[in-house]
Ligand binder design. Structure first.
Ligand SMILES: [Zn+2]
Length: 319
């Protein structure tokens, strides 16, 4: 496996920051790897975990010592991982308490214990509270690594006790160059994946050759059609309602943002022949609503009604 800074070149600076701190023994005992989804935060965090546990003195984890082998096999006694028991659910206080109990023990193979909590923002208020003491005074040699797409959802008390390693989205050229190395797709496919992923490299790679690209095209076509034929709302809505809600709302937000950018720059969006008559203010409201609806899609709210309402507002922009 390639070292993380080679596999994901946009993470090279983050990795050297971590290594410098580590080598100078100035690494905080709690780190927060934060930034947008699909930019390799978990890969970066995993590389840090492996380096912190490896017993050899190499620039990264050696991959061969007993610690590295046990970690690869998922059986390292000094490594603890917490994630929600069910996807999309909260990390429970009992999980945090169990972790704290284990961190009190002495490291058995490595020089320290490492805990990896992801997504950290899945901790509810009581779980976060339970973790606070460990963040303030960790037991023995311990490093806690928290990963989050939405650090703003975490209490300030947690965030202020972590050293932040903020990963940002690389620019489109860097993502495109990386995608070219990673796949054999045509330039058109690469451009489409990049657009559908909103410049998020790992997501763009996942989209290549997948049905998601067709779904993204369907969203764009639907939006373009509605501006010409507002009466087609029911038809378009029932088609789009079949798509995965989180993807759908992210794409509706992304496409709306695309039109806003095209109005600002005076360059029409490639998928919308004519954006004259559209107003940034209305579009900004629609984009905001799409982002809210994406968050609502994990609640029992009727998604089909939200979608129909949003599409009617989109279609009525030119009426
Ligand atoms: Zn090793």
């Amino acid at each position: 496996m390639k070292p993380v800074a080679e596999a994901y070149p946009w993470l090279a600076d983050h990795w050297s920051f971590f290594m410098q701190r580590f080598q100078n023994q100035r690494l905080a005992h709690a780190l927060m790897v934060e930034g947008p989804a699909g930019c390799g935060k978990n890969a970066l965090a995993q590389a840090m975990v492996a380096k912190l546990l490896c017993t050899e003195n190499e620039p990264g984890a050696c991959g061969q010592c007993r610690s590295c082998i046990l970690l690869q096999g998922g059986a390292h006694p000094d490594y603890f991982e917490i994630l929600p028991e069910e996807e999309g659910k909260a990390i429970k206080i009992d999980q945090v308490r169990a972790l704290i109990g284990k961190l009190d023990l002495t490291a058995s193979i490595s020089h320290r214990k490492v805990a990896y909590i992801h997504p950290a923002d899945a901790m509810n208020a009581s779980s976060a509270n339970a973790l606070l003491k460990s963040l303030e005074e960790p037991a023995g040699e311990t490093v806690l690594i928290l990963v989050s797409d939405n650090p703003g959802r975490l209490p300030v008390t947690i965030r202020s006790r972590c050293q932040s390693i903020a990963v940002s989205q690389p620019d489109s050229k860097m993502v495109l160059d990386w995608l070219k190395l990673e796949s054999n797709s045509s330039d058109d496919e690469l451009a489409a994946a990049l657009q559908a992923a909103g410049c998020s490299p790992l997501r763009a790679l996942r989209y290549l050759g997948s049905s998601e690209l067709e779904a993204f095209a369907q969203v764009r076509e639907g939006l373009a059609t509605l501006l010409q034929r507002p009466a087609a709302v029911s038809m378009i809505s029932s088609g789009l309602n079949e798509l995965k809600p989180t993807d759908l709302w992210r794409w509706l937000s992304l496409c709306t943002g695309d039109v806003i950018k095209s109005i600002m720059s005076g360059k029409p969006a490639t998928w919308l022949a004519d954006s004259s008559g559209l107003h940034s203010k209305t579009l900004l409201n629609l984009q905001k609503q799409a982002d809210i609806n994406r968050r609502l899609s994990s609640t029992p709210v009727r998604g089909d009604l939200l979608l129909q309402d949003w599409l009617i507002r989109w279609a009525e922009q030119l009426v």
